[in-house]
Design a protein. Structure first.
Length: 355
């Protein structure tokens, strides 16, 4: 209601260096696994966009093409497209054997060292106003001013090494902020540069803290893994997750960013399929009359899943789900085409709702 007044007030705080981040909402999501989320206050999110808007064009020039998370023109589908291209190249169109190494970083967001991150920013940015704002946001501790939204029983599911409540004050960034997503790419850019230009790994892709390297030489991948682990420990105060390391031939399929990528085709991760089935089951258990708003929401959820499915070899999956799992949703949803690309709400249902 008072956006102009509030924006001018926020501008003055930034100009006077009196700005301080406000109270966050802290809650827990349980799928695919328990995670602690800090949602910033609305006015803080405006400041996050100001900071990232200034930093992003500068750091984009430094990032490698094979870093895909939270970047314009990238994302999961571009990741899979490039991974398929790399597989075809390293296997010569599926005619030769090749190996892949998939690893991720243990408790990345909670383990990230704020001092190292700020030094990385300082090496590229000289504007004192931006440095002040970056330092204010990076070193802010959301655990000192938050509103807890989830039940305490859910917070008890979070291991100590995954919680900002349990780490040193100069360590960790909150999951849920735009700045944290951007800072993740800044922080791991040193790793990207090391892998691409020191190790000379030609076929390498990273999505946040999960990354894949491909090679025809299994021993080369083993050697790279040791050097990457040493680099992470010595330069970035991080380490590879000891239980999340896969080394096998690419013909087994690479499970990455929600898809299973094989040399000849792409499949959807079973966890994603189960998630949609659970949503469909819950919708069919409801006994109340569904409003038009609820229909729109259900249609959007279903279409988002089917949109993701369309990037894989999934026609049989999509048709089977429609026949066996949609249930009473078929009463108000209709197929747009025979390819099961997406759904619309039946016009007769819309008319009936309005009468």
């Amino acid at each position: 209601m008072n956006f102009e007044t509030e924006l001018l007030k926020l501008q003055k705080e930034l100009t006077d260096h009196t700005y301080k981040p406000g109270q966050s909402i802290c809650f827990v999501v349980t799928k695919p696994k328990p995670r602690e989320i800090f949602a910033a206050d609305f006015r803080d999110r405006i400041v996050h966009h100001v900071l990232v808007g200034y930093l992003e064009p500068i750091f984009e020039k430094k990032f490698i093409d094979q870093s895909y998370a939270c970047r314009k023109g990238k994302g999961a589908h571009k990741t899979i497209e490039d991974l398929r291209r790399y597989i075809r190249k390293v296997t010569k169109g599926g005619m030769e054997e090749a190996w892949y190494l998939q690893v991720d970083i243990q408790s990345f967001f909670v383990s990230l060292n704020k001092h190292i991150l700020f030094e990385q920013i300082k090496r590229q940015i000289k504007n004192p106003e931006i440095l002040w704002l970056a330092e204010t946001i990076i070193f802010y501790n959301p655990t000192r001013n938050y509103y807890r939204k989830s039940q305490m029983s859910l917070f008890n599911l979070i291991p100590d090494h995954k919680s900002l409540f349990k780490v040193a004050p100069d360590q960790g960034l909150p999951i849920g902020n735009l700045t944290s997503q951007f800072f993740a790419n800044v922080y791991l850019n040193e790793l990207d540069q090391f892998i691409k230009h020191i190790l000379k790994a030609e076929h390498y892709l990273r999505y946040v803290d999960d990354f894949v390297l491909l090679s025809k030489d299994k021993e080369q991948l083993i050697g790279w893994r040791e050097k990457i682990d040493d680099f992470l420990k010595n330069r970035l105060s991080l380490k590879l997750h000891p239980k999340k390391q896969i080394l096998q031939t690419v013909d087994k399929g690479i499970d990455f960013v929600g898809f299973v990528v094989n040399p000849s085709h792409v499949l959807i991760r079973q966890r994603v399929v189960r998630s949609l089935k659970e949503r469909l089951w819950r919708s069919n258990q409801s006994t109340k009359v569904i409003s038009e708003d609820e229909m729109e929401k259900t249609m959007s959820v279903v279409n988002s899943y089917y949109g993701q499915f369309s990037h894989g070899k999934t026609w049989s999956l999509r048709s089977k789900l429609w026949r066996k799992d949609f249930g009473k949703l078929c009463d108000f949803l209709e197929l747009v085409d025979a390819n099961f690309s997406h759904f619309n709400i039946k016009e007769c249902v819309r008319l009936r709702q309005r009468i």
